[in-house]
Design a protein around this ligand. Structure first.
Ligand code: ZN
Ligand code: ZN
Length: 343
């Protein structure tokens, strides 16, 4: 019997357990992926802590997956074994709800699928995913490079490219961390006058190296006033996990400016309604994207040199890698590798 290693969460708030399992067989419409790398995302904590509605245990987390198609289930067309693919946050959809009928698969109302939540994800040697959730990985990207682009990458890239900002516009990225260090790179490569906002001076050299045209130290400066001096931001991409920090920059939006929230903050946003009314400013959220958006993210990154900065850990060291990510000390994404040989 063929066995594989998998890291499971046995119950809410339980420890990571490295276990042996049978290698899964792909069902109709699904493929089996031999996992090479899987990024650890802050959202994995929802699975770890039992905060995801309806999640069943034991559960293998992981939705920043990169690997190789190893087997096809019945009825899969358009994919073949040996292809290098990624799977991200959007791991499938029902296909018939109102959202899906409007081709808005990310907001599927009936059966939105997320690897590591609704089915087992990529903290394992193998996983099974619906063929419709796959993104092709370009040759220029390694599995470790591709993994974090499947959630952190697509979310920042897709939010920015759909933001309405045009080349030359001032676009600020609030936070230079796991999401923000990618956001700064994407914004710069898209031709925006990219402003990085972070606490303290120590991130300025890195932000500039990632392509920031201007840096604001939010501890020493009033970020909203500083942005206003620059003409106001057409878009502020809020990648931090603090509603208070997000609220503090809204005043730096230009007329028609938009705060795009992608950091899952725990505390509420608080701001003056007049600020929104007077300049037609708005606040919106953005939820990743579909498999083709992921494929676009990978392809844009391969083309322009956008890369996640990663700390790499073998699967066995998952607990250490996870704690490093949760502590905020990882520079900037933690990625698990299986040691599986390339095809
Ligand atoms: Zn994620
Ligand atoms: Zn649906």
């Amino acid at each position: 019997m063929s066995r594989m290693r998998a890291v499971q969460i046995p119950h809410p708030e339980g420890p990571f357990e490295l276990v042996e399992r049978e290698i899964p067989e792909p069902g109709a419409g699904s493929v089996r992926i031999r996992v090479e790398a899987c990024g650890i995302c802050h959202s994995d904590s929802f699975a770890k802590e039992g905060l995801w509605p309806g999640i069943q245990y034991p559960r293998v987390p992981g939705h920043e997956v990169a690997g190789i198609i190893d087997a096809l289930g019945p009825g899969v067309v358009g994919w073949k074994t040996g292809q290098r693919v990624g799977v991200g946050w959007h791991g499938g959809h029902c296909g018939y709800c109102d959202s899906c009928s409007r081709s808005d698969f990310v907001t599927c109302q009936i059966a939105p699928q997320i690897p590591g939540f609704t089915y087992d994800g990529g903290y394992a040697d193998y996983m099974v995913a619906p063929a419709g959730a796959l993104a092709l990985i370009p040759e220029a990207l390694s599995a470790v490079e591709a993994g974090p682009l499947m959630c952190a990458g697509i979310t920042t890239y897709n939010a920015l490219r759909n933001s309405g900002a045009r080349p030359g516009d001032v676009v600020a990225v609030l936070g230079v961390g796991g999401l923000g260090h990618l956001g700064v790179q994407f914004a710069a490569k898209m031709g925006f006058k990219t402003v990085a906002i972070a606490r303290g001076q120590d991130k300025e050299p890195l932000a500039r190296q990632l392509g920031a045209w201007h840096y604001i130290d939010s501890q020493a400066q009033d970020a909203a006033a500083e942005l206003t001096t620059l003409g106001g931001a057409r878009v502020i991409l809020a990648t931090v996990t603090s509603g208070k920090a997000m609220s503090a920059v809204v005043g730096g939006l230009s007329i028609n400016g938009k705060l795009i929230v992608i950091g899952a903050a725990g505390d509420p946003l608080e701001l003056s309604p007049a600020l929104l009314i007077s300049g037609r400013r708005s606040i919106v959220g953005w939820p990743s994207g579909t498999s083709i958006d992921s494929q676009d993210t990978l392809s844009f990154s391969a083309l322009t040199g956008v890369r996640s900065m990663n700390e790499i850990f073998p699967l066995e060291r998952v607990t250490e890698a996870y704690e490093r990510m949760m502590s905020g000390k990882a520079r900037f994404r933690a990625v698990l590798t299986t040691g599986q040989p390339a095809a």
